[in-house]
Structures are given as C-alpha cells and as structure tokens.
Design a protein. Structure first.
Length: 208
C-alpha cells in the first residue's frame, strides 16, 4: 500500500543493538522464544531530512517500530503486502489440512522516520479505513441483539452475509492490512547482516 519509485537504490542504515524495555513489544521480544534467533535494533543516527519513499523534503518524523518476520525468503520486513501474502498462504495451508501457524516477529528496528506530506496523507487515509472497517460490525451486532429482543425470527440473508463473511473475517482482515499499510513509512531489504540494514530509497535520497 506504499508507492515507491520505479528506480530504487540502497542506503546503508547505521544501526546498533537495543536492550531497552519500553513497550509491550520489547517485553515480547525478550521473553518469547520460538527456536529462531530474535534480536532488536535501533537507529544509530538520524536519517537525512528527506522522505525515503518519494525523495521529497520531510515535513515531519514518525516514530515507528519496524517489525520483521522469518519467511521462506529470510527475515523480511512486515508490510501490508507481506501481511496479506503470508496470511492467505497460511489459510490455504489450512485448507490443505495443514497446521495454521501465526507469523512470529523475530526482529525489530526502532527509529524515527522522515516522511513527506504525501506519506502523512496516505497514512491518515489508511488509518481511517482501518478504524471504520474495524468498528463496522458493531452496529450489526447491536441490530441483531435488538431484533432478538423484539422477537424477530427471520433475519435477512443479506444481513447475515454482510456480517459473515463480509465483516468477519473479510472486513477485519482488510482493516488489519490497512492498519499495517498506515505504518509503512520505509522499506528494507531482507536482513542478511544485523549490522548492515539496507533501506530502499529513491534516486533523490542523499547518499551521505
């Protein structure tokens, strides 16, 4: 859900190990063991005041924890696209009578990211989409409760379909994807070296 320039370059981001416990995610990373190596990083220095996605001057900085999942391709950044792909793949595996496994965060990167006005607008739109879809089922639940109290015995088929599978699970799935998309301010390559993370940037992003 993020638009990146067709021509992309790589920017080596200075990082360092992070041992501070400030959020619930920090506690999770320190206490949750999956059998895979887990690690937490933070920016060792600020990025240039230029939006990595669009190469425009930054209008603000967004503090966001970038999460990474271990996939068949390696340790990949969690983006809206990866979220959709991994969950659909796992649902298909369930249909093939295989065990459903929830993706696990194995790495985090804490930092503040320079964003342009376009990124701010896109993030706000996606966040509102996530909120509206997330709460869309509540009026239907209330309506069903009132109908039950009034003794309504037959609920319209369209209403049932709108609730399931319309809102649950499809609407909630889209809401989760939109929420993730609202947090996608930067895009990193698959991690192969914990000391050298490569940020995808446009041609106008300063090289130093």
């Amino acid at each position: 859900m993020a638009n990146y320039p067709e021509t992309q370059y790589r920017y080596a981001v200075p990082v360092r190990a992070r041992n501070t416990v400030e959020t619930a995610l920090d506690v999770y990373m320190l206490t949750h063991f999956t059998g895979d190596e887990t690690f937490s990083l933070e920016l060792a220095g600020p990025l240039p005041e230029v939006c990595p996605q669009h190469g425009r001057p930054a209008v603000s900085r967004k503090s966001e924890v970038v999460q990474f999942w271990r996939t068949s391709r390696g340790i990949e950044q969690v983006t809206a696209g990866l979220f959709i792909w991994e969950f659909l793949r796992r649902i298909l595996s369930v249909l093939a009578l295989r065990r459903f496994r929830i993706p696990v965060t194995v790495a985090t990167l804490h930092g503040t990211w320079p964003v342009c006005g376009r990124c701010v607008t896109r993030s706000a739109v996606l966040r509102w989409i996530a909120i509206l879809l997330g709460f869309a089922g509540i009026p239907m639940i209330i309506a069903a409760f009132i109908a039950n109290q009034l003794g309504v015995s037959r609920i319209p088929v369209g209403f049932i379909i709108a609730f399931f599978p319309g809102w649950l699970p499809c609407g909630l799935f889209v809401a989760c994807a939109a929420h993730q998309g609202s947090r996608d301010f930067v895009r990193f390559d698959t991690i192969t070296d914990q000391e050298h993370l490569m940020l995808r940037v446009g041609p106008d992003f300063p090289s130093s």
